[in-house]
Write a protein that binds this ligand. Structure first.
Ligand code: VGL
Ligand code: ZN
Length: 197
């Protein structure tokens, strides 16, 4: 069975948001049209507490978009974004949210980031999404949303590792593209067996 996974289509990743992705809002009409075609629909929501360790503001002297070595590996430090309960954390107003079967929040632990919808950035702590999708009978996943080179790519790579058949619809994704991160992510996804369409 097919599932559509809509990654982080939230105000802060759209133009005017705290971590705006160029053209982020352009994916919305495309995703709205795709939703009715899938029997299983999951939305993810980046959902950080104040003082989250992925925020540059939590590390005095550190600039946004610099990289800090954490216990679990290198972590990009971001501008404050997707604060729990904030307008920036809400889904884009034009995104049809009623069709969502499950809304999965991630990145809610202060000390660790979670790009992937399946596991936190230590690649060990599960979010529970694998169990949800398996018990619903999902075998094939289509991923769309923001951002191509971070949360979409990390989710796609985890999904392949977990044995799902994975397609990323690039026309319904937009990238942050920090220092070649988009090319790197596309290459990693291709090498892992993700279908890019
Ligand atoms: C994301 C950076 C920080 C994403 C989330 O949704 O791709 N990127 N938090
Ligand atoms: Zn985040």
């Amino acid at each position: 069975m097919d599932a559509l996974i809509v990654i982080d289509v939230q105000n802060d990743f759209c133009p005017g948001g705290a971590l705006a992705v160029a053209g982020g809002d352009e994916v919305v009409p495309y995703i709205n049209r795709m939703l009715p075609q899938f029997p299983i629909r999951v939305f993810t929501q980046d959902w950080h507490p104040a003082g989250h360790s992925s925020f540059a503001s939590s590390h005095p002297g550190r600039a946004p978009f610099s990289v800090l070595e954490m216990s679990y590996g290198p972590q990009v430090l971001w501008p404050d974004h997707c604060l729990q309960g904030s307008t920036g954390a809400e889904f884009h107003a034009a995104l049809d949210r009623d069709p969502a079967d499950l809304i999965l929040r991630k990145g809610f632990r202060r000390e660790i980031d979670s790009y992937s919808a399946f596991s936190e950035n230590d690649h060990q702590t599960p979010t529970g999404l694998e169990g949800y999708l398996r018990t619903r009978g999902a075998t094939r996943l289509t991923l769309v949303g923001l951002a191509t080179d971070y949360c979409v790519a990390w989710s796609a790579l985890d999904a392949v590792r977990l044995g799902f058949e994975v397609e990323v619809k690039l026309s319904a994704c937009r990238a942050i593209d920090l220092d070649g991160s988009l090319d790197g992510a596309l290459e990693d996804m291709r090498a892992a067996g993700v279908t890019l369409s």
